[in-house]
Design a protein around this ligand. Sequence first.
Ligand SMILES: Nc1ncnc2c1ncn2[C@@H]1O[C@H](COP(=O)(O)OP(=O)(O)OP(=O)(O)O)[C@@H](O)[C@H]1O
Ligand SMILES: [Mg+2]
Length: 216
Amino acid sequence: MSSKFVLVVASRKGGAGKSTLSQVTAEVLAKDGQEVTIIDADPNKPQARWKSGNSQLPITVIDDVSESNIVKHIDAVKDGFVIVDLEGIGSRLVARSIARADLVVIPIQASGLDAVEAGNTIALITEEEELLRRKIPYKLVLTRTGVAIPSKIEKQMVTELTEAGINVMKNQLNERAAFKSIFVEKLSLYEMDTTKISGLEKAIQNAEAVAQEIFA
Ligand SMILES: Nc1ncnc2c1ncn2[C@@H]1O[C@H](COP(=O)(O)OP(=O)(O)OP(=O)(O)O)[C@@H](O)[C@H]1O
Ligand SMILES: [Mg+2]
């Protein structure tokens, strides 16, 4: 039996960590033997550039993406996981991707501004829900957080969002050199050299915990 799951990574905030989260999640799934397609709708094409490297992980990257073909691209994938890495603006391309999502994940950094931007993304999801008359599940995930104790602003943000009834993930994608290195080395977390990249094993553990919670 074929099954397909469309994960859309969206945030109106530029640099919130969408591309990093998309890539890391794809790597965990592919390593687990899942079929994975990333649709690279980021105008800087980070996923296509990653794909031009030497990674042996079987991740398909589609990058000739526009507002007129995004739905066709998503629908053309018949099996496995589709991960849509979006641009950091509100656009028709973003709205159309969200319309096709089984789940939207919104990465945010622990700052007040990011919480506002997350609110804008949630408003966009709500508009699509009204239009389509279906629920579109979404989760917020804090990104680039410290590995030590959570900061005061971070704790306050989680409390406020949770009180507002917003699903904030328990696991956070930590700030790790390894998460930058995947795009520099054009390799997956599983293919980089543990002796060269500090904290690589911890980064892998973190990535797997985050991916697991996304699909839980
Ligand atoms: N967990 C992380 N650990 C370390 N660096 C990170 C992490 N997440 C993101 N970064 C860094 O922050 C910057 C922005 O991240 P990224 O490109 O993933 O964000 P984005 O939301 O896709 O941005 P854009 O809106 O421009 O597409 C990059 O330099 C990236 O390497
Ligand atoms: Mg990006």
